[in-house]
Design a protein around this ligand. Structure first.
Ligand code: HEC
Ligand code: HEC
Length: 202
């Protein structure tokens, strides 16, 4: 009986050591980090680790998710506010290492929005929305329209613009170049992208 008990404790301890399996995050973001639109939690699997870490730090310090931000962003901020920097690094690395959900691309019917996407966004976020690690521009394929619209609005209003945060500032400059109508069409276009890395040979 004692041996069994010790065995059980060992199992529990080893799963606690894996407690870096981030169950609390998965409760909202899904078991594979695929996101859960019912909870407004975006897909985070397979995104760039430095990007994820930057966001986690911003949520922790409430430069994202502060009192002027959306309820969703505030919820996320509450989820990480007590975590240590080491835990944030581990979480960013873990979710970055998971594979992003496979997406099937749908036909881009709005050719004009597609052209705008390629000209204005694709240079940083990649032709298929796959992201670009050299520019620290995140993967945006596979995010919901609602989430994308909200983020664009937050960049625009300055809520999601960390002072001296060069990456967010880049985005803020970008979103001011596009009128609301076209931005909505671009966002719908992003919904047709499959996030596959573009091959030079294509
Ligand atoms: C209670 C639900 C909840 C929990 C728990 C939670 N999140 Fe979130 N998370 C969200 C929501 C909602 C958003 C979207 C915030 C917004 O709209 O700006 C988000 C956003 C994020 C983002 C930004 C994604 C992007 O593309 O910019 C990252 C990264 C993230 N969460 C990671 C985590 C990690 C890691 C954990 C665990 C330590 C965690 N989350 C726990 C709900 C949650
Ligand atoms: C100069 C490079 C650049 C261009 C051009 C650009 N972006 Fe970004 N974008 C970024 C960077 C860098 C970030 C990460 C910002 C941060 O770390 O806060 C980002 C973040 C985003 C996000 C937030 C993603 C998330 O998961 O929360 C969205 C949405 C987005 N961009 C959409 C667009 C759209 C749409 C366009 C075209 C109209 C565009 N971007 C053009 C560099 C760029």
């Amino acid at each position: 009986m004692k041996a069994l008990y010790i065995g059980l404790v060992m199992v529990l301890l080893s799963s606690a050591a894996d407690a870096n399996d981030f169950d609390s995050c998965k409760a909202c973001h899904g078991q594979s980090g695929e996101g859960n639109s019912a909870l407004s939690a975006p897909a985070i699997a397979g995104n760039l680790s430095p990007y994820l870490l930057r966001q986690l730090q911003a949520f922790k310090t409430q430069t994202r998710g502060g009192s002027d931000d959306t309820a969703s962003a505030q919820t996320m901020s509450a989820a990480v506010v007590t975590l240590s920097d080491e835990q944030l690094v581990a979480a960013a690395e873990y979710f970055s290492s998971l594979s992003a959900a496979e997406l099937s691309s749908t036909d881009a019917t709005d050719r004009q929005a597609s052209g705008y996407y390629q000209a204005l966004c694709g240079s940083c976020h990649g032709p298929n929305g796959e992201g670009n690690k050299h520019l620290s521009a995140p993967r945006i394929a596979g995010l919901s329209n609602v989430y994308l619209s909200q983020q664009i609005q937050s960049f625009k209003s300055g809520v999601r613009q960390q002072i001296n945060e060069p990456y967010a500032r880049q985005m803020q400059r970008m979103v001011n170049e596009v009128d609301d109508d076209m931005m909505e069409r671009i966002i719908r276009h992003i919904g047709t992208l499959n996030g596959e890395a573009y091959l030079e040979s294509h």
